[in-house]
Design a protein around this ligand. Sequence first.
Ligand SMILES: *[C@@H]1O[C@H](CO)[C@@H](O)[C@H](O)[C@H]1NC(C)=O
Ligand SMILES: *[C@@H]1O[C@H](CO)[C@@H](O)[C@H](O)[C@H]1NC(C)=O
Length: 480
Amino acid sequence: MPANSPTLLRQALTSSSRLRILIFLFIALLLLYILFPYSSPLSPTTSVSSYSSSSLSTTATSSPSHLLFGIAASTHTWPRRREYLRAWWRPGITRGIVFLDSIPPFSPDNDRDVPPFRISADTSRLPYSFKGGQRSAIRVARIAKELFDAFDGKIAYGDVRWIVLGDDDTVFFLENLAGTLAKYDWEQWYYVGSFSESAEQNAKHSFDMAFGGGGFAISYPLAKVLSKVMDSCLLRYGHLFGSDARVFACLAELGVGLTREPGFHQVDLRGDLFGLLSAHPLSPLISLHHLDSVDPLFPAKNHSEALRHLLKAVNIDPERILQQTVCYDHKELRTISVSWGFAVQVFEGNELLNDLLASQRTFRPWKRGRSATSAIYMFDTREFPKDPCKRPAIFFLESLYSSLSRTESNYSRQTSGNCLGSSVSTKRLQQITVSSEKSHLEIGKALRRHCCDVIDSSHEAVMNVKIRKCKDDELIAMHP
Ligand SMILES: *[C@@H]1O[C@H](CO)[C@@H](O)[C@H](O)[C@H]1NC(C)=O
Ligand SMILES: *[C@@H]1O[C@H](CO)[C@@H](O)[C@H](O)[C@H]1NC(C)=O
């Protein structure tokens, strides 16, 4: 064809103007990206990982504002336990209702730091026949329905993507909850939660059920159907013990099974949670429950002080909270295990990573009075030595600092229990400073544990640890 053919010319013209339009669009997007990094259409997932309030915009793929909470409480427990809600609730961002069993004697103060409450509907016509159980299980199961009914038709489609149910003593870690749920398509039917830590409790109730105290999430379209059929299910399952078992049974009849996420914690444990919290699974921490029934999370603090202390770290780098990173001090032949935002352990000698991933049994079974099965847990455990000299040196979170992209956290030595270790250098160690980049939950990406280095310190009482991404073929071992 001749070069001056009009068709060719036209094609050349259109493709060059197309190119110009493309270049223009590219520059416009780049400008948008630079000006509004958090709500950028190019990286919608980054917003989940950031704690800044700009990340909580409704345009993000998932944020705490897309969650609707139904909190099970009673007039008896609410005055005390609302301190837990106050610790994690975000007024103006999180939405939900606290369901009470009766009109409270206290006046409905305009407490904006906790969700509004309402009185659950009467359930006396529904059957309950579990011997020794409590009828309130029906009321609490019905929260799934009453919560949905209260909001349906009043919110725009897509504004609420999940309903989340929990108890008044469930503490949710909002960024991690929203970030984890964002892995799943909320427009499909999903039921997300986890089982109990206690094998006995699971054997008794179900291995396939989301335990209610750890909290669980139901995608909005599934919640819609559930709210329609709930009362029919409640008629058939009067013989079950709990509220969570009723919801589970009804979802099973709808053909839906549990999607298990290990970050939900029912905490059917007692005593000291140190072993559990210092060896958290690689998944982000989503919830903790039963904090009244265990020791305060930090020594020398009461329950609410200790929770607020942990939340200081959560607020700085939510995804990294409790994430376990292990590195080796080659000079002193020591093994360091960091549970970020909570504690650091220093072991003398070489501990294999595989051993450190098991939880030290600092806690006790949920059921008092031993049966053969009560001390079987749903995760790997190992002994926590009775002899303090055989234990690692333990350092608890003291203070934190964060800049835009980095964090520094200091951990100080636990002084009670007076064995200071056998080596002189461990005896002198008083403080550990851990520095790290802020983590970013990349939704849908496989999780990989981070590595760390022990950095030379100018002071013998201080150890510096730097957390970083592992190199491609790096192994977490003293002598790889
Ligand atoms: C916990 O400690 C804080 C600060 O010392 C105090 O204000 C609060 O009343 C204490 N809470 C309980 C339940 O003792
Ligand atoms: C941690 O400790 C180091 C050394 O004592 C100190 O310089 C630093 O300011 C501390 N950081 C925080 C966040 O407290």
